[in-house]
Design a protein around this ligand. Sequence first.
Ligand code: MRU
Length: 343
Amino acid sequence: MPQDLRAVEWTGTGLALIDQTVLPHRTETVHVRDVDTLVDAIQRLVVRGAPAIGAAGAYGVALALIQGEREGWTDGEILAAVARVRAARPTAVNLMVCVDRVTSRLPEGLDAVLDEAAAVQREDVEANRAMGAFGADWLLDRLRLERPLRVLTHCNTGALATAGWGTALGVIRELHARGLLEVVYADETRPLLQGSRLTAWELVQEGIPHYVQVDGAAAGTILRGEIDAAIVGADRIAANGDTANKVGTVGVALACADAGIPFLVAAPTTTVDLSTKTGDDIHIELRGEDEVLAWGGVRTAPAESRGHNPAFDVTPGRLVTGLVTERGVLEVAAGQLPGEYLR
Ligand code: MRU
């Protein structure tokens, strides 16, 4: 993905979102000028990935203010609209953190709100760049291999999922830029295929060699010794290091632990939620049954079957070898907890 192409862009009158539901075969933009359209875009995953929905939510506060002025809303109605944006998806804490940060500037008016939203976006790109370098340094130091690395990733954590560059994919891009990456195994990420549609698309844009594999292949690939490390993103990290990320992540972490290879989580500090004590307290989004009972719009499971569709799972902190943030790497499994550095 060209670095200047943004998943979330403020146009001056509204938001332009790259429609992530139709990539990679079509590149379309959804223009958002009202709160209902933004909430729908976040819920349908037009815009997705924890930092990207944080940035979209940040600008959502501006949208609520502009729409409120256009339609004669009271202050209470504007705040209610902001609350709907904040609650559009429940698991990624970045959405709540970024909306709250920008809402604190509401009394100062639209310019202040837009300044704060732009700062959210700018700081996320800076955080991603820092994480890329910290994560690559840490992995190379830990693995000390005499050859380029083979890494596995799950879901999409690149420029599409953030304000730019990427978290886990940012570490991968950094390794590639240093000439120290052999290949990426990208899990396809059922049921909405963020890996095969979005990660693979970004890797193609970057010229990074990769395989797409079904999620069920990950554990076997790891145990056969074909991977040196797994690198994933996060939607919410609890105070004890338990990490919510796309469903399927915990299986990757278990296989890494069994194989004795690093399992690295890359996420900005906006994803760390010290008020959530453990993973048990993280609200895991349950999505519609149709996403797992059908494929390509055609029903695959028997008509009588019910679908179970948690969008995320929680990896216990004891399986997280390293947590990379823009402040450095914490070795969570070895006892370093997010609170030690982030308070
Ligand atoms: O349902 P999604 O596509 O929003 O889920 C995204 C993930 O789980 C990502 O791994 C996470 O948000 C980190 S994105 C940098």
